[in-house]
Design a protein around this ligand. Sequence first.
Ligand code: NAP
Length: 372
Amino acid sequence: VEEKTSSGLSAIGSTGIDPETVRGNIENFIGTAQVPLGVAGPLLVNGDHARGIFYIPMATTEGALVRSYERGMAAISHSGGAQALVLEDENQTAPTFFFPTVREAREFALWLPEQQELLREECSASTRHGVLTSCRCHQVGRNVIANFGFGTGDAQGMNMIVRATDRLCRRACQEFGSGEFLLFSGMCSEKRASAFLMTRGKGKRATAGALLPNKVLRMVLHTTAEKLMQVWHSTVIGHLQAGAIGYNAHVANGLTAIFIATGQDVANVVNSSVAITSFDPCSEGLYVSVTLPALSIATVGGGTGLATQNEALAMLGCCGSGKATKLAEIITASVLAGEISMAAAIASHEFVAAHETYGRNRPKEAQDPPTK
Ligand code: NAP
C-alpha cells in the first residue's frame, strides 16, 4: 500500500496486533488506527448490576471531551451516585415477505405470529444464546414486514439473529406454501435513527437518573438549577425546530468514545444515541435523567474480545458472559454525566473557554490568529 499510494505508513504498520487474532473482525488488515484512550471518573453507579465506583475508558480525538464527562461524573458522585437500570432488552430484525395479492399478504400476516412453536424451533436450531421473543407483522400493500424480537444474551447479536431470521423466513415460506422474502426491510433501524426506536426499542432500553443538590450545582458545575432549566427548555425548543428524533445534548460523544474503547460496533452509535435527556426542578436542586431506548452493546462477540478492547472492559469488570446488563448501566450513567456537564458549560458560559483550554489543535501556521 505504501508503494501504491506513495505514502509512509510506519505508524499504521507498527501494530502490536497479531493478524491471526483479528480474523472475523477485519479484511485486508494492514495495521491499526490508534486512537488516544483517556479515563474519566470516578463515577458512582447504583444500578441493578453495576454497583460502586467505576473508571470509564474513552477513546477519542476530541479535546475537552474526557474532561467534560469527568466533571459530570464528579457532580454525580458528589450527589450520591446515579441510579441506572435496563428496562427492556430485545434486539430486532424486520424482513419483508412478498405476496401476489393484498388478500394473501393479509392471510400471511395473520398466520405468521401464530406459528410461535415453529419459529422458536428454527431459532434454537441456529443459535444457543439467541431466543425469539416476539413476532409482529406490518402489512403494506402486498408486502408484509415481519418484526422479530430476540433476546441475544451478552452479544450485540446482529450476526446471531440475522442468521436465525434467515432460517425463520425460509421455513415460514415453506410452511405457508407461498411467498418470497428479503432479509432486510430497514424497519428495524439497525445503525439508523428513527421514531420507531423510541417506542419499539432495539437492544437495551436503559435509563439513568440522579438528584444534583444545589450545593453540587454551585461548587462542581458553577451554575444553578434555574440556569440549567433555562438551557434545557431553550434547547428543547431548538430540537423541535430542527425536527430532531429525541432530545439530548451529546449522547453520541460519550457513546462513541466508550464504544471505540470497549470494542462495540461504533456504527451502532446512530441508533444508540436516539435518546431523551430530562431535567426536572425540585426544591433540593435538579433531577437529571437520560433514557436510551436503543442501546446496542455487548460483552461477548464482535470486537469485545480483542486485546485492548478486552482490557477496557476489564477496567469496568465487564468481560464476557453475564456482564452486558452491567455494561449498559455503566454506559448510561456515563452518558448522563456528559449531558450534565455540557448543559452546565452552556449555562455558565464556560463552553468556549473549556474548548480553548483543552480542545484546540490549530495547525502551526494558524496557531496565532491575528489580533485586531
Ligand atoms: P458474533 O461475534 O458474530 O457472535 C457471538 C456469538 O457468541 C453468539 O452468536 C453466541 O453463539 C456466542 N456466545 C457465547 N456466549 C454468549 C453469551 N453469553 N451471550 C450471547 N452470545 C454468546 O457477535 P454477534 O453479537 O452475533 O454480532 C455482532 C457483530 O455483528 C458485530 O461485530 C457487528 O459488527 C456485526 N453486524 C452484523 C450484522 C449482520 O447483519 N450480520 C449487522 C450489523 C452488525 P450462539 O449464537 O451459538 O449462541
